[in-house]
Design a protein around this ligand. Structure first.
Ligand code: ZN
Length: 192
């Protein structure tokens, strides 16, 4: 069952997500549902906060980018409690987008090579050096676990220019091909 994807403006996207262990309830079901949500959207990665779960869990499948980046064919992972322990190389630019911000894309600079520690769906520990597009997807998704969005990496001037678009996304005016969960409406305080 695909989940609705949380839209920009929802407070869960700004929280620091919590680590999980084997006892986290319904974890296998959550992972399967997150994969389905990602594939249906479609997207190359999805972090749990985007489905309103503030936990350190990411699913990714870079296959969608294989035409332009053949090396990512078959690159998919379930990342539990991931930690980027090293980022290296000269920063490169890519036009990033995010399922929580439909209709937006901005150039973001990131380093090309990462060393990643994580646990897989069986809680087996891994350490991997990953580069290029797969690394970029993980950096973007890992940011979500820290309450960071790709637009936080663009200049403040650009962010001002995006203000109206961001407002539209948070109020459900932006078009998405998938179901979205909008932020709770802020209640206006009545003056006494
Ligand atoms: Zn995203």
């Amino acid at each position: 069952m695909a989940y609705p994807i949380v839209a920009y403006g929802h407070p869960v996207l700004r929280k620091i997500a919590k680590s999980i262990d084997k006892d986290y309830p319904n974890l296998n079901e959550i992972i399967e549902n997150m994969k389905e949500t990602m594939h249906e959207a479609p997207g190359v990665g999805l972090a749990a906060p985007q489905v309103n779960l503030s936990i350190r869990l990411i699913v990714m499948d870079a296959g969608l980018y294989k035409t332009d980046y053949p090396e990512v064919e078959g690159f998919n992972r379930v990342l539990i409690n991931p930690r980027i322990v090293k980022e290296e190389g000269e920063e490169w630019e890519f036009n990033e987008a995010c399922l929580s911000l439909p209709g937006l894309a901005e150039y973001v600079m990131r380093k090309p090579i990462i060393t990643l520690k994580y646990q897989d769906e069986n809680f087996d520990k891994h350490e991997e050096v990953i580069d290029g597009m797969a690394a970029r997807i993980i950096q973007h998704e890992h940011d979500h676990l820290e309450g960071i969005l790709f637009i936080d990496h663009v200049s403040s001037l650009k962010k001002v220019l995006l203000k109206n678009k961001l407002y539209d996304i948070s109020t459900g005016e932006a078009n998405a091909a998938y179901k979205m969960a909008l932020p709770p409406i802020r209640k206006k305080k009545r003056l006494k």
